[in-house]
Design a protein around this ligand. Structure first.
Ligand code: UGA
Length: 442
């Protein structure tokens, strides 16, 4: 089929390339001229493993193209996917202005009946608004169907997730429209779950919020493990092998960031409040996440005897590995707090240092990680890039002023580092038992 995808970010590009792989013809539309020009040349405006190669293959095969011309793209397509950004407003509500722009553009230019599908993460009730915006902008009363088809891809694994989904969710009022969207995915081996549009919209938020609270839960347990000298990974494994719980998203650490969990949990809290409900669990998950950074900083401060005048070397600025995305990355909050408390900060990241220029003008960026450690008082790992586990820690030990490692992702080999002579801290990774609170010791 011929599909127009509006929005050339992670979601739009992954959606577009998935449909190319499924042998549809795709035209991608974005208002950003620079982005379109890059993509036309087969270059990526962001880093996502495998995406550039797949893009170039489909450019060569001629089943993907990029344009700023919305009218031509709409008229040439049977289905329009909306995959534009839905940023958060200060009160946690979702800014739907990009979605509204696309909807009105569809209405203005449609030359036949149209099927619009929402891929962007949008609050419950948005599909109804999109239908209204399209109708309000129409020049002729063509038929409009709006379907919700949320995405569940993780940055860094986006193409794999999109091509091997656990499930495909289709929320539609019209059976005919649902059938067409279902057929688009013929070729993928995944259960397709049909539901109402509103159910699909809420499913997306609930899935993300549940994953976020699973992480916050293990992080709270991690603090408890610190207090009682318990190994959090043992607890996570012991819990996670219960099939009802599952092993995923139980890695304790500095907390969740990125463009999804912070924004989506805020939006869900906002939706609850608008409905007169108290979002207690969601708020607690957000609070644990927000305070996790202070918790780690307190550990660092105690271990260094204060932060003023100290030099801290940061490993990783992205919110997770295999992406150059630093949106809402815990690393940014840590670096700001270190500066505020009088420490100097050196930073290394394998691919996202160029993004740090704008966000953190005061940090010292080390293009070569070997230069990061000299005269450091502490190393603070904030992104679990694979290469950090293979560093020559013996050599690093010799370069540092104080051999202290704070492992914000529980990614390093703690016994090995302790054996070298480092003082090592990872949440719930104390190396001795019986570190109970005082009144328990009696
Ligand atoms: C998340 C969801 O996992 C996707 O299913 C969803 O489609 C996507 O949001 C979205 O809404 O677009 P993403 O934000 O790319 O994907 O990254 P995740 O892999 O979920 O990681 C989010 C954060 O949680 C990262 O900062 C990561 O380091 C942290 N995390 C993850 C942990 O701290 N512990 C874990 O066990 C897992």
């Amino acid at each position: 089929m011929s599909i127009a995808v509006f929005g050339c970010g992670y979601v739009g590009m992954t959606t577009a390339l998935t449909f190319c792989e499924l042998e549809h013809d795709v035209v991608c539309v974005d208002a950003d001229k620079q982005k379109i020009e890059l993509l036309q040349k087969g270059q990526m405006p962001f880093f996502e493993p495998g995406m550039k190669e797949m893009l170039n293959r489909h450019l060569q095969e001629g089943n993907i193209r990029f344009t700023q011309e919305a009218e031509e793209a709409i008229k040439a397509s049977e289905i329009i996917y909306i995959a534009v950004g839905t940023p958060s407003d200060d009160d946690g509500s979702t800014d739907l202005s990009f979605v509204e722009d696309v909807a009105r553009t569809i209405g203005r230019y449609q030359g036949a009946d149209i099927l619009a599908v929402i891929k962007s993460t949008v609050p419950v009730g948005t599909a109804e608004k999109v239908e209204r915006w399209i109708r309000e902008s129409q020049r002729h009363p063509y038929q409009v169907d709006v379907v919700s088809n949320p995405e569940f891809l993780r940055e860094g694994n986006a193409l794999y997730d999109a091509l091997h989904p656990d499930r495909i969710i289709i929320g539609a009022q019209s059976k005919e429209a649902a059938k067409i969207v279902h057929q688009l995915y013929a070729g993928l081996d995944a259960p397709v779950i049909h539901m109402s549009v509103r159910s699909a919209e809420l499913t997306k938020y609930s899935a993300n919020a549940f994953l976020a609270l699973k992480i916050s839960f293990i992080n709270e347990i991690g603090r408890l493990c610190d207090a009682y000298g318990v190994q959090v990974e043992d607890v996570a494994q012991g819990m996670g092998t219960d099939q009802r719980i599952g092993p995923h998203f139980l890695r304790a650490g500095i907390g969740w960031g990125g463009s999804c969990f912070p924004k989506d949990t805020a939006s869900l809290v906002h939706m609850c409040r608008r409905a007169g409900l108290k979002p207690k669990i969601l708020e607690a998950a957000r609070e644990v996440n927000a305070t996790q950074i202070a918790y780690y900083l307190q550990k660092l401060k105690e271990m260094l005897g204060g932060l003023k005048g100290k030099t801290v070397s940061i490993l990783g600025v992205t919110f997770k590995p295999n992406t150059d995305d630093i949106r809402d990355s815990p690393a940014l909050a840590v670096i700001h707090a270190l500066h505020d408390q009088g420490a100097s900060v050196n930073v290394y990241d394998p691919i996202a240092l160029h993004r740090v220029n704008v966000e953190l003008p005061r940090v010292h960026k080390c293009v070569q990680k070997e230069r990061l450690f000299a005269q450091s008082d502490a190393v603070f790992l904030l992104t679990d890039w694979d290469e950090f586990t293979h560093l020559d820690w013996q050599a690093i030990y010799g370069q540092m002023r104080t051999p202290l490692v704070i492992d914000g992702r529980n990614a390093l080999d703690a016994p090995k580092l302790r054996h070298i002579g480092f003082t090592y801290y990872g949440i719930g990774r104390s190396h001795h038992d019986g570190n109970c609170p005082k009144d328990e010791k009696a």
